[in-house]
Write a protein that binds this ligand. Sequence first.
Ligand code: TYM
Length: 340
Amino acid sequence: AARVFSGIQPTGVPQLGNYLGSIKNWVALQTQQLQQGRSITPHEQFISIVDLHALTVPRDPEKLRKETIETAASLIACGIDPSRSVLFRQSAVPAHTQVHWVLSCITPVGWLNRMTQWKTLNFRSAAAQNLLTGLFTYPVLMAADILLYRATHVPVGEDQIQHLEFARDLLVHFNKTYKTKLFPMPTPLLTESRRVMSLRDPLRKMSKSDPQEYSRITLADTEDQIVLKIRKASTDSISGITFDPESRPGVSNLLSIYAALCSTSPKAAADVMSNFTNAQLKNTVAEAVVNSLSPIRQQMCRLLEDRGYIESILRKNEVKAREVAEQNWKSIAKCIGLSY
Ligand code: TYM
């Protein structure tokens, strides 16, 4: 059977890129069927709030706990239904760290050295003195997540593709090393908006960790904040609206955002708005973003009035996640000669 697995870091409220690149897809997958080979198969979906991954940069414990609950609330507000998707905290399932260790023992260091996110760090900077081992082995933990649930499909944004390829290589390596066929190859699932760009610098991706607050829209932004951020978005001085990501990255990013929210294509949106000024384009996009995100923000606020309820939902789902994970851990342990 097919199994969908994905994860999100609990670092504050998700931003629009998380929503359009992944979360929206997770919601859709709750009611869609997947193609496997020639047949359509039903699937289970696991969504992990990856609090262990979040530890790769130092976190304040209380803040991490708080943001974990807020991330859960935001996902439910977006439409993740905890009775259809197994929504759980990574740290509630000990097998993630067990598999991480097992995989790290067959991972060549060279493979990790080649990862873009690691390679592009400035090792001469003062901050580099504090680089942590966990950040280096981050992709191994992500591969462990995928392997532990024997995931067949992994819906992510484009920035995670290299991590996913690493996981695929590692699974092949595992199967070969232990002469097993235990683990299926995970296929990435991308959306049309696989790469939402920063509103300030449309050549970079929108990110929660960007120091410029005006670079992103978060699911907690008020209507006024959304309107202001889009009004300040960087565009260009060419007249008329066209979709051309190469030469007009700012305008094209706004069109892509609009298209994803209004179920159209960026090209079709550009055709409709061809005579618009930048200001008119921004008004139209801002309205679409407000219409889509306002109900989510309101629902999130309601949910967060009762954090105990969110906690209880997670705990219930974690029983199920542990059940599946423990069973798979046993087959892994057995396969490699550990006690099980
Ligand atoms: P994270 O928390 O950085 O992001 C969660 C999801 O949002 C997508 N995303 C974007 N998509 C389009 N445009 C953007 N600007 C944008 N920014 C973020 C990400 O691609 C991701 O799908 N390592 C992962 C979490 C993880 C995971 C896993 C994912 C841990 N284990 C196993 C899949 C399978 C991460 O840090 O995502």
